[in-house]
Design a protein around this ligand. Structure first.
Ligand code: B12
Length: 358
């Protein structure tokens, strides 16, 4: 049997040990974080990885190690649910790099020059497969349907791999290519954020990745502020907010931006606003339209009460409600004294454009 495939050969074992030890030298946390059992499992993984690589090299068949790299990445993701896919990817990339360096420095005793070259190539291939596995995930049908799928997917991929600059460039590039602002908001950013929520719900991403995606998307939206606030004015005022203890405010902020873009003066009050503050703001700004947003169903009753209070205090003001909380109701909004409900911000903007003329 070739030395490559004799996993009991002391030279093979030596290589595995060197790789294993190098992992600890590069990341001191391993020593304090791992008990003896975890260390043994990690050593077994190193032996396993090396044996797959050697088999691949022996047969000059890159597919063996390529398929293994993908399988191993998925296995780690399933076993370590508390770690984000991107973090697992980084660990695997470090591991492949260490393998490559140790082989280059110490494996000439068991590998020919050609075999060493192949081993280095296969390790690079494994790294590439691992990077693409981070973004290669099952996506919902609502994400996959509709215009701009390519941009949407590229933006999502940039968020999943923490490429902030790329995420910004993706969206500013789309705008420069002529994608309307409303489509950027509703077809790209909204759908990506809904998908991010789904991925969190399915435990594909951890909560820190969800928070990161939220903050990047908020700053991406801010990139449009110069453009939004430069538009001609229409002497119409909107007061907008999310009610109750609702912290989800990106949807109503998008709505506000779309109105501002259409020339309205918008007073965007953010999230978690108490009823008294909303009534005060309506009294102060005398808006033509009040838009109230609810994402979490438990705040629907708060919203209903606010609608009644605004109606009683300001009978002429137009009121619109929306947000995901209404989506799974039996058309609840029909029972309220409101002027408009829609699942999308753009629909309200079009209705307001036609109904509330200057
Ligand atoms: C980002 C996010 C957060 C952020 C919010 C930060 C922020 N500044 O907004 C933080 C981390 C705070 C958060 C917290 C929580 N979240 Co959260 N979150 C999300 C996420 C991923 C994106 C929300 C978002 O920005 N969407 C993008 C916007 C643009 O879309 P939109 O809100 O639908 O708005 C559009 C339309 O609905 C419409 N619209 C909205 N308002 C209005 C109003 C009017 C008048 C009109 C006409 C239209 C309209 O126009 C907008 C543009 O088209 C969603 C996933 C999802 N499906 O949205 C989960 C999600 C909403 N969260 C969820 C949960 C469970 C929570 C927490 C309970 C988690 C926890 N255990 O802590 C808390 C609750 C906090 C609270 N009290 O509100 C669940 C809700 C499940 C449910 N049905 O109840 C979701 C759906 C995730 C999931 N898939 O499970 N979250």
């Amino acid at each position: 049997m070739s030395l490559l495939l004799n996993y009991n050969d002391p030279r093979f074992i030596k290589l595995a040990q060197l790789i294993f030890e190098e992992q600890f030298k590069r990341d001191h946390k391993h020593e304090s974080e791992m008990d003896e059992r975890r260390k043994r499992l990690m050593y077994d993984d190193v032996v396993y990885n090396l044996s797959f690589l050697m088999t691949s090299v022996y047969f000059s068949d890159e597919k063996i190690f390529e398929g293994y790299a993908r399988w191993f990445f998925d296995l780690l993701c399933n076993l370590t649910k508390d770690l984000d896919r991107e973090k697992i990817m980084e660990q695997m990339l470090d591991h492949y790099k260490i393998m490559s360096e140790i082989l280059a420095g110490h494996a000439s005793v068991i590998l020919s020059e050609d075999e060493l070259k192949r081993a280095a190539e296969y390790l690079e291939l494994a790294a590439r497969v691992t990077v693409s596995a981070v973004t290669d995930i099952a996506l919902s049908s609502s994400f996959l349907e509709g215009k701009y799928l390519e941009i949407r997917k590229a933006y999502l991929d940039a968020l999943l791999t923490s490429q902030t600059r790329k995420a910004h460039d993706m969206i500013s590039g789309a705008r420069k290519q002529g994608v309307p602002l409303e489509d950027i908001y509703e077809e790209i950013l909204k759908k990506v954020m809904h998908e991010i929520g789904d991925l969190w719900h399915r435990n594909v991403i951890t909560v820190d990745k969800e928070h990161y995606a939220t903050s990047v998307t908020q700053t991406v939206m801010s990139d449009f502020y110069d453009e939004i606030f430069e538009r001609p004015r229409r002497s119409r005022t909107l007061v907008a907010c999310a009610v109750g203890n609702e912290l989800h405010e990106m949807g109503i902020r998008m709505l506000s931006d779309i109105f501002e873009y259409q020339g309205w003066d918008t007073v965007y009050l953010g999230a978690a606003l108490p009823e008294s503050a909303i009534l005060e703001a309506v009294g102060e700004h005398k808006p033509d339209l009040v838009a109230l947003s609810v994402t979490m169903p438990p705040y629907l009753s708060v919203c209903e009460k606010i609608v009644r209070s605004i109606r009683a205090a300001y009978p002429d003001v137009k009121i619109a409600v929306g947000g995901q909380a209404f989506r799974d109701t039996d058309e609840l909004w029909k029972k309220w004294e409101i002027n408009f409900y829609s699942a999308s911000a753009g629909d309200l903007a079009r209705w307001a454009q036609d109904t509330i003329t200057p």
